[in-house]
Design a protein around this ligand. Structure first.
Ligand code: 2M8
Length: 435
């Protein structure tokens, strides 16, 4: 059984490879995505470390002069996705890549810990460390960009200015933000995602109108961070994004030490300490037992639990106190016997929708982060449950983009698999989970 899954996963990654980089899903996502490539590189490291290196190199090849690493790189042309390069217009920013068209936003900063994972998996540690030495400063520069430009109050927490930067596009978290944006224009656009996927499993047109508006606001300021910080109605401190930054800081410290390069370590340690402290002091909610999103524009915490609320487990953030409360809320709401682990939104909340994208379904990348996080915090039993559920879902239903968490679904013939099929990070991360 393990063999077949491994073979299938390898075939998906091979088919989605475009020569140098891997698309997340044919038709639906036909370009290179930032954090997808990070997760894909972890899987590729198990198959062929050279492919993993190429994956990261092709993403970093589009890094902006100011250190920014964009969320999509348009290496190729394709008309199967909206919005494409002509809409995003990265060239508006003076520091944008001159070589590739990209978006003007970013995604959760996973690359630091991806390098560490590649090193852990690699057979030839020496050669891998040499490779790491050639790109580690680029990732450091991205962290520097984030701390210098996206932390206006110097809290060690960076903001995101678009829901696409969170990676969890239509999470019910954002509903409260959309309510503050009642007087925006109605844009005309033609969506492509719903030509590939059943519209009931994707965001609504009304939500897309907000997504488009936020980009228009950023474009009007030529993607200049200071203008965005002043004008964007969406400025959020996201626990997943900041946990990824923290985990990547920690990985970079470890790797710089292995490389015998001291010069950047004290800065990284300073950032790490601050981010960790603020995650626990500002974002952690003791009553809900999880890390919350904070709306910087409207100065309020958004009191809802998502799988992002547990992502800080992947870092060193949770202390004994937080861990105890996290385990209570996780066991009570997410790890119940009728559900596969781990839903992307609180299954006990009225906004939970088991089939709608980031409003409830299970995602393999979040499962992988939480699985590893539970192991890190010495919870082998819970970690093992999430591992076996992930394997069972993929084995029974296929390499889907997301999965309905209900163990028994209403119609017998219905599959738990939702969204795109032959999805790259589902394939890549199962290779790591199975090891
Ligand atoms: C989804 O997001 C894109 C926009 O970035 C979209 O729906 O068009 C998200 O699941 C995101 O996390 C992911 O990186 C991307 C590609 O898989 O798809």
């Amino acid at each position: 059984m393990k063999e077949t899954l491994v073979e299938k996963a390898k075939t998906i990654l091979k088919n989605n490879n475009q020569g140098g980089f891997t698309i997340p899903c044919e038709g639906l996502y036909p370009f290179q995505w930032n954090w997808d490539s990070g997760f894909i590189a972890v899987g590729l490291a198990h198959i062929d470390i050279e492919l993993a290196k190429e994956e990261l190199q092709s993403l970093l090849d589009a890094q902006w002069e100011n250190g920014f690493i964009p969320h999509i790189v348009f290496h190729n042309d394709s008309d199967s996705y909206f919005p494409g390069p002509d809409f995003h217009l990265s060239k508006l920013h003076k520091d944008a890549s001159k070589k590739y068209r990209t978006t003007g936003m970013t995604q959760p900063p996973v690359l630091g810990f991806v390098l560490q994972e590649m090193y852990r998996i690699a057979e030839d540690k020496e050669a891998t460390l040499k490779f790491i030495d050639t790109i580690i400063d680029k990732i450091y520069k991205k962290h520097e960009y984030l701390y210098n430009n996206r932390d206006p109050k110097n809290e060690g927490l960076v903001y995101i200015w678009h829901n696409w930067e969170s990676g969890t596009d239509n999470s019910p978290i954002w509903d409260e933000v959309w309510e503050t944006m009642s007087d925006i224009p109605q844009y005309t656009f033609e969506r492509k995602d719903t030509t590939h996927i059943d519209a009931s499993q994707r965001p609504s047109n009304k939500e897309y109108n907000y997504y488009i508006h936020l980009i228009e606001v950023a474009k009007a300021g030529n993607y200049e961070e200071s203008v965005i910080a002043e004008k964007s109605p969406f400025l959020i401190q996201d626990p997943l994004f900041n946990a990824m930054l923290l985990a990547s800081n920690e990985a970079l410290i470890d790797l710089y030490k292995q490389l015998g390069r001291e010069e950047r370590i004290s800065q990284l340690e300073e950032w790490t300490l601050k981010t960790k402290q603020s995650l626990n002091e500002k974002l952690f909610d003791e009553e809900l037992g999880a890390y919350m999103h904070y709306d910087l524009r409207n100065e309020k915490r958004i009191q809802k639990i998502t799988s992002s609320s547990y992502a800080p487990l992947f870092s060193s953030a949770p202390e004994e106190k937080q861990l105890k409360l996290i385990l209570e809320s996780y066991n009570q709401k997410f790890a119940t016997s009728n559900l596969y682990a781990c839903a992307s939104f609180d299954p006990t909340h009225e906004d939970f929708n088991p089939k709608k994208y980031w409003r409830g379904p299970i995602w393999v990348n979040l499962n992988w982060l939480i699985y590893k996080g539970l192991l890190k915090h010495n919870q082998p039993e819970l970690a093992n449950n999430i591992k076996t559920d992930t394997i069972e879902l993929i084995e029974k239903f296929g390499f889907y983009e997301y999965f309905n968490p209900h163990r028994e679904i209403s119609t017998e013939n219905e599959s738990n698999g939702c969204g795109g099929v032959n999805f790259s990070w589902s394939a890549a991360l199962i290779l790591d989970i199975l090891k």
